[in-house]
Design a protein around this ligand. Structure first.
Ligand SMILES: [Cu+2]
Length: 253
């Protein structure tokens, strides 16, 4: 797995710069040259004392936070918790954008044991856009006091994946392949939702304005995919995440 264009992961340089290089040089030139041997010895002693004093007051190596790209941790694990925020396309047709981050370095991010749940409540699917990991179950529940059904189609092929009745307080579990799915209720044609099922370990649904924030992302190179119900607003790009990052994903590149 490539980590091109990245040099280290912790932001600390190999050879830390000394904060006080200039001051140390100044110590050795502040004093006029002494011609007598005794004065030379005195000068050397003065310089040494000055150097020791400067180090003692904090002129040691500086752990400087570098602006340079950083390498991901060798394990590719969830060692770093970088916060990534940004702007994606705003809500479109009542459906919010989804932002997915897939690291170049494989990540041992376990699939959540709990299902991702889509409820039917108030004659609506809640949430209207659901993100689930491949291998994670999706639970369909009915919190309303009336019968619904759940009709799921592949967004790509329009083929029905399943069409089941959801009795009051009932729950139906399904595990999806990666992809995007449209959800409808044949009893109430106004009810509609989407499910995005992804291999990506990080995903977030933006707010109505398109703002999003996601914490705990591993530093390094990521493929960032934006899903929107408007296919023209979908995008994919490669981003090097170094530290706290703000991304403008509002328009395709
Ligand atoms: Cu319904």
């Amino acid at each position: 797995m490539s980590s091109r264009n990245v040099s280290r992961w912790d932001g600390v340089r190999d050879v830390p710069p000394l904060q006080c290089n200039v001051a140390l040089m100044g110590t050795s030139t502040e004093h006029p040259p002494f011609d007598l041997p005794g004065n030379r010895i005195f000068s050397v002693i003065l310089s040494l004392v000055g150097a020791v004093w400067l180090f003692s007051v904090g002129c040691g190596p500086v752990s400087e936070t570098s602006e340079e790209p950083v390498n991901p941790p060798p394990t590719g694990g969830l060692v770093q918790g970088v916060v990534v925020s940004g702007l994606a396309p705003p809500v479109t047709g009542g459906f919010r954008s989804v932002i997915l981050f897939e690291p170049d370095v494989p990540l041992a991010a376990p699939v959540p044991a709990d299902p991702a749940t889509m409820d039917q409540f108030g004659l609506a699917f809640i949430p209207e856009v659901l993100v689930a990991r491949v291998g994670q179950e999706v639970a369909f529940t009915n919190g309303d006091a009336e019968l619904h059904n759940v009709h799921v189609r592949s967004s790509a092929s329009s083929k029905t994946i399943f069409n089941i009745a959801t009795p009051i307080a009932g729950e139906y579990l399904h595990m999806f392949d990666a992809g995007t799915y449209t959800v409808s209720c044949d009893v109430h044609p106004a009810m509609a939702a989407y499910i995005v099922v992804t291999e990506a370990p990080y995903g977030v649904v933006a707010d109505r304005d398109g703002r999003f924030e996601l914490a705990g992302i591993s530093a390094g190179r990521h493929t960032v995919r934006v899903w929107s119900v408007d296919t023209e607003r979908q995008s994919e790009r490669v981003v090097d995440i170094v530290g706290k990052t703000d991304l403008d994903l509002s328009a395709p590149e």
